[in-house]
Design a protein around this ligand. Structure first.
Ligand code: G6P
Length: 362
């Protein structure tokens, strides 16, 4: 409950929760480590993953965006096919299911009604389920077969920040532990990599002035803003756009870099801000090509790249982390830019109009 959680010296819960992210990473590592320092999850969950021929991730809002990244983790590490669905659509627009599906519900609150409806439905069909949530004992946790907790601490601001990065970390752990149980080679030592992620988050936490300046320069008067990226950067762009619109009311959209020219580029005018994420080596040149396309139409580009892939005109360079884990880091600048954009526009950062922290109606 908001009244029990102090903001301390912070002006807003959102800023406090953004700053808590490195500590949350460390807490997650601790909670999912066995006595030998190896990552460990409930063996029934590993069995459920291995029994599944396909995974269906069901979520809403920011949790849905975490699911899109989670699909990459699970498919690339554990090699189980994954579909990601918006909960409000899934119930009445159900895809043809595989023979042995496992349903993963991602929900910060564990109370989202649209997600719960899907859970009730798939349970009736006899399917297995896992809920990834921040709230022990929440409805989705109680009603699913299994639960993995986020250990992010209470999230009060309506705009989700630390729960998103916690969801990514827990999904990565789920993917890695499953992969190891299948004797598959994993791309890294995840405990070590999440430690690197936590340190990188601290660097960003200490770079707030840069993000405040970016918000001021690009977003103080604009009526719209685009986020572009390729590969997993695209999914972070979707989350960036959601963050920005929910708290600053700037119309924002996230696009796959290559898709812009199929329509959206028509919206680019003189000075339209385009925030481009460039953290993936294999598409580094092509996303920069997309930036050139929008700049030629007058866009005001803000390239956020990763150390090692950076080029001359980049506006901010995030510290290097493993290429699969970049969403954990690249989301922090967009969280902070959104925060400062909302602040400059005198918006109610923690309680944006028309929104609820947890949506318990259909
Ligand atoms: C609401 C919140 C969002 C959140 C979504 C899903 O719309 O405002 O921040 O992402 O619900 O919530 P959940 O608790 O299921 O993750």
């Amino acid at each position: 409950d908001a009244s029990d959680i102090e903001k301390g010296t912070y002006p807003h819960y959102m800023l406090k929760e953004i700053d808590e992210q490195p500590a949350v990473m460390r807490k997650i590592i601790q909670n999912y480590q066995d006595e030998n320092g190896e990552l460990e999850i409930d063996s029934d969950i590993v069995t459920a993953m291995n029994d599944a021929d396909r995974i269906y991730i069901i979520a809403a809002g920011t949790s849905y965006h975490a699911g899109l990244v989670g699909k990459q983790f699970i498919e690339r590490m554990a090699q189980i096919p994954v579909e990601v669905h918006i909960s409000s659509e899934f119930g009445y627009n159900m895809p043809l299911l595989s023979k042995k599906p496992l349903f993963i519900f991602i929900s910060q609150s564990g109370e989202t009604a649209d997600s719960r409806q899907v859970l009730v439905q798939v349970k009736e069909m006899g399917h297995k389920s896992l809920t990834i949530t921040n709230v022990p004992g929440s409805t989705l946790s109680r009603e699913a077969d299994h639960t993995m907790l986020l250990y992010a601490g209470p999230e009060i601001a309506v705009a989700s920040t630390k729960a998103y990065t916690a969801q990514l970390a827990v999904l990565a752990i789920l993917a890695e532990v499953t992969a190891k149980s299948r004797a598959m080679e994993v791309p890294f030592n995840l405990v070590q990599e999440l430690g690197i992620v936590a340190n990188a988050m601290e660097v960003l936490r200490d770079s707030k002035e840069d993000f405040e300046m970016i918000a001021h320069e690009y977003l103080s008067t604009t009526r719209n803003c685009f986020f572009i990226g390729r590969g997993i950067d695209f999914y972070v762009g979707l989350e960036g756009a959601l963050k920005l619109k929910e708290i600053s009311y700037i119309q924002a959209e996230g696009f796959a870099g290559g898709e812009l020219k199929h329509g959206t580029i028509a919206l680019i005018e003189e000075g339209t801000p385009v925030i481009a994420l460039a953290t993936q080596k294999f598409v580094n040149l092509s996303i920069r090509g997309n930036v050139k396309e929008v700049v030629a139409r007058g866009a005001n580009p803000c390239i956020i790249s990763m150390d090692g892939l950076n080029m001359e005109d980049d506006r901010f360079v995030i510290p290097e982390v493993h290429e699969l884990l970049t969403p954990l880091i690249s989301v922090v600048p967009v969280q902070l830019i959104s925060y400062y954009a909302a602040l400059h526009r005198d918006c109610d950062v923690d309680k944006p109009r028309n929104l609820a922290k947890s949506v318990t109606v259909e």
